[in-house]
Ligand binder design. Structure first.
Ligand code: PMP
Length: 369
């Protein structure tokens, strides 16, 4: 969709990335470390000072202790962390429970390792998990359950009861949890992020994955990290070592410095909630159906009042004819389940959102038959 947006000079609210600059301080820190000569391979698990900062943050935010030497690894983005975690524990025939719609790297990572994704479908408008359905799918073959909160693409957020249910279903089992928490700091309306790190019974067999790109507005730097107990992390590093070996050196040094100021990420929910609210207000007159996202920087909308075509076709149409690109939510379901929903990324300058909304105003209600 980004390609199509460029081709048609459309405003690109499709792919998830901010169109504003990251903090100037971060850019000058990277430059500083490059000029200092820190341009060669970092240690395989990442530079120690950054792992120490992450351990400190984890303890402060989630009251959870991770040993920087043995339980924290810096990765080139959350995506590599997800791939390495899956590769380290999933073998032929192992089943992995995946909630759909899902971020698009999950199933390929499972399948490349000859694992079997077992899909649980989540439905609009609230995309709640039916834990009884999950329970029925759990068997001796279940090796892993993947969760993602706040959720891409739907903006849904897991609550304390969801975590209790997950705990109930996996207790007395060896099922590993992969918790994708890349949007940990982007959560709205006073909701709390229920990190798996806060639940020791789950954390003791979990990979928990984060991304600097989402928190510091630089998705193109591809930087993230994984936390896991030592035994799991030992396996993780065996895969990570030969997938990529290590992540970008000067940027690691810059983040280690940047993380000394936690006020940065504490302001993120408020920053993005304002953008969500503004975007929703701007498209108020468009006959979309909107359930405000509870987290992430994505807002899904239903267009059933406007057209009956497939979401894929509708997304292409509004890119070409109206000049606004989005992502059809069916692309996040392996069977292309089509609830006539589009995902818009609101991590954009207000002026970009205004221009997009102005164009979307031209969408009118379909005539009733
Ligand atoms: N998980 C989710 C849910 C995401 O939305 C993304 C990025 N779109 C990632 C993981 C990957 O993060 P990164 O860009 O750091 O690889």
């Amino acid at each position: 969709m980004s390609g199509l947006a460029n081709e048609h000079d459309a405003i690109n609210l499709s792919q998830g990335f901010p169109d504003f600059l990251c903090d100037e301080k971060l850019i000058s820190l990277v430059e500083q470390f490059m000029r200092k000569g820190l341009n060669q391979y970092a240690p395989m698990p990442g530079i120690l000072s950054l792992r120490e900062m992450i351990a400190e943050k984890t303890e402060q935010l989630y009251q959870s202790k991770y040993n920087p030497e043995t339980e924290i690894t810096i990765t080139p983005g959350g995506t590599e962390a997800i791939y390495a975690a899956i590769t380290s524990v999933i073998h032929e025939g192992d089943e992995v429970i995946v909630f759909e719609p899902a971020y698009d790297c999950y199933a390929p990572a499972i399948e490349l390792n000859r694992g079997v994704p077992i899909y649980v479908e989540l439905n609009p408008p609230d995309y709640k998990i039916d834990w009884n359905a999950v329970k029925k799918l759990v068997s001796q073959r279940t090796k892993m359950i993947m969760i993602n909160s706040p959720h891409n693409p739907t903006g849904a957020v897991l609550n304390a009861n969801d975590i209790r249910q997950l705990q109930r279903i996996t207790q007395n089992s060896d099922i590993i949890i992969l918790s994708d928490e890349v949007y940990e700091h982007i959560i709205f309306d006073g909701l709390q992020h229920h990190s798996i790190l806060k639940y020791p019974k789950l954390a003791e067999r979990a990979f928990v994955i984060f991304s600097f790109g989402k928190t510091y507005h630089n998705t193109g730097w591809k930087m993230g990290y994984c936390l896991a107990p030592a035994e799991l992390m030992k396996e993780f590093r065996k895969a990570h070592q030969f997938i990529v070996f290590s992540a970008n050196t000067p940027i690691q040094h810059a983040f280690a410095e940047m993380m000394k100021d936690p006020s940065y990420y504490f302001g993120l929910s408020e920053f993005y909630q304002k953008k969500r609210d503004y975007f929703i207000r701007l498209i108020e007159e468009v006959p979309f159906t909107v359930t405000p996202a509870s987290g992430s920087y994505f807002q899904c909308v239903g267009y059933e009042n406007i057209a009956e075509v497939k979401d894929y076709d509708f997304a292409i149409r509004i890119t070409k004819e109206f000049g606004v690109a989005s992502i059809p939510v069916s692309s996040f379901y392996h069977h292309g389940m089509d609830y006539k929903m589009l995902r818009f990324c609101f991590a954009k300058e207000d002026s970009t959102l205004e221009k997009a909304a102005e164009r979307l105003q031209k969408l009118i209600k379909k005539k009733s038959r």
